[in-house]
Unconditional design. Structure first.
Ligand code: C2O
Ligand code: CU
Length: 495
């Protein structure tokens, strides 16, 4: 059993990210932002660097950094207001090309960050300007969408918090703290040496795991706030591979009540009890936790046989009067017209094609589009495919071989996607540019809700619906990076 003494004695030797999580949580400060030509701007570099992930050694990482944000943050946090235009000026200081994708934002297609499909890659040394409006309040993130298996496995992710319009709304003001906890493991061994983020075998199964499990770059996060108050924890799974189920426990390892208030940035009409909730790669859970008078509430990943703590919430010594939890104000996702919706089928399968294409959607295996110059650089020191034979490598294609869309949709028509998993693995299914409504599954009774990433379980069949109100080419793929980069990827085109 997990005793309080064990927990406290472990504080001494485990690097907690207390001060750091306070910085990341401080919602009053838009660290690093400035206003240029009337637009909130962040200057960001994408670069190789070093970070202490295991004690006493600096390991190689690939990260984003926003000027003006503390260097000890393993990822940047961008804050914007709903319906506010923001500008992110990205400088590529790496030797490979890259793009930045803004996961979950219902964005203008030109700003979606997919190489060749929506933009030219950002070459080494070049700068690219992203400028867009965030139409929904909530928890979003961003990551590399080119050479992404490698760049993301080494750390290249960031958080995008979109704040609600009315910060005086009691449902927003009710939280005494607003924390960001990013679960992201590192492909680093106990000596600090890089390990592979893919092999042929892992790409064909559940994917490779990073040996160092981390939250905000540390082993755990800790949040302190007045006893009796509600805190808002934004928990993001920015990992390449790891499937999670999230529950809350006290220090005696008894389950305690905590509530899911939003999924993938979309507030729930009625908050729900946190109980083994899915948090697969790409997903975000916003959790309301009441700060206990004594002891702590531990948020754990209970997916595996050996659950482990991602972060804890405890009192900072103060206490306040307890109040009932209020649900967040609802978002404004357009409602699909289910009666007149067109139905389309998508089946996620293993691929019979060889040459590094292990997965498919509707029998097609799109793979990453890459710049010709990147092909020459594949086995550099940061490569996560060292020692792999060429034919087993995640295939990359360049401009000339752009795949056909999986489906062409008509603007402002509603669609129901019938999605089927024909594999024994879980696939977090992500659609760019839309929040879709989950209607039905053959596995559970669904209380319809909006999301941008659905954790499709083995042999599951699910129905999702959305209004195709945004024109462009939108990626549709599994968010286990080894699956998407070996064929479980495609796109739809809205015209
Ligand atoms: Cu976060 Cu194309 O994905
Ligand atoms: Cu998958």
């Amino acid at each position: 059993m997990f005793s309080r003494r064990f927990f406290l004695s472990s504080i001494g030797c485990i690097p907690f990210s207390s001060a750091l999580s306070q910085v990341i949580s401080d919602k009053k400060l838009n660290y690093g932002s400035k206003v240029v030509d009337g637009i909130l701007q962040y200057d960001m570099v994408a670069k190789n660097g070093y970070r202490e992930i295991v004690n006493g050694v600096k390991s190689q990482v690939i990260e984003y950094h926003i000027s003006g944000q503390p260097k000890n943050m393993p990822f940047p946090v961008i804050r914007a207001k709903v319906n506010q235009k923001i500008r992110i000026v990205v400088k590529n200081e790496m030797d490979k090309t890259t793009t930045v994708h803004w996961h979950g934002i219902r964005i203008d297609n030109k700003m979606d960050g997919v190489p060749y499909l929506t933009q030219e890659p950002i070459k080494s040394g070049e700068t690219y300007v992203y400028e867009f409006v965030c139409p929904d309040a909530g928890t979003f993130w961003f990551h590399s969408h080119q050479n992404s298996l490698e760049q993301m496995s080494r750390g290249q992710v960031g958080v995008l918090i979109v704040e609600e319009e009315d910060i005086n709304n009691p449902a927003i003001k009710q939280f005494s703290a607003d924390a960001v906890w990013v679960a992201k493991d590192y492909y680093i061994d106990d000596k600090g040496e890089l390990t592979n983020c893919t092999t042929k075998k892992t790409a064909m199964t559940s994917g490779a795991f990073g040996m160092q499990k981390r939250v905000n770059g540390k082993e755990k996060s800790i949040l302190r706030a007045p006893a009796g108050s509600w805190v808002r924890v934004r928990l993001l799974n920015c990992d390449n591979t790891r499937l999670m189920n999230i529950s809350a426990y006290d220090e005696q390892d008894n389950k305690v009540e905590a509530f899911v208030i939003a999924i993938e940035g979309n507030p729930l009409k009625k908050y729900k009890l946190l109980n083994r909730d899915d948090l697969t790669p790409g997903q975000r859970l916003e959790i309301a936790i009441k700060v206990p008078k004594s002891g702590f509430v531990a948020i754990k990943n209970v997916f595996q046989k050996n659950p482990y703590i991602l972060g804890v919430v405890m009192s900072n010594g103060d206490s306040v009067n307890e109040k009932a939890l209020l649900p967040l104000p609802m978002g404004k996702i357009p409602e699909p017209d289910l009666k007149n919706a067109k139905r389309l089928r998508f089946i996620f399968l293993a691929s019979s094609a060889s040459m590094g294409r292990f997965w498919s959607i509707n029998g097609k295996s799109m793979v990453e589009h890459s710049s010709p110059e990147d092909h020459k650089l594949t086995h550099n020191s940061l490569s996560c495919t060292k020692g792999m034979k060429n034919e087993d490598m995640p295939i990359k294609m360049n401009n000339q071989k752009m795949a056909e869309p999986l489906a062409v949709l008509e603007k402002n028509k509603s669609y129901i996607f019938y999605i089927q998993n024909g594999t024994p693995h879980t696939h977090p299914v992500h659609l760019h540019g839309f929040s879709f409504k989950v209607l039905k599954s053959n596995r559970y009774k669904i209380n319809p809700y909006y999301t941008d990433t659905y954790p499709l379980k083995p042999d599951e069949r699910v129905q999702i619906a959305f209004l195709a109100d945004n024109v462009g080419c939108w990626m549709f793929h599994c968010h286990i990076m080894e699956h998407s980069s070996t064929g479980m990827m495609g796109y739809i085109k809205v015209i």
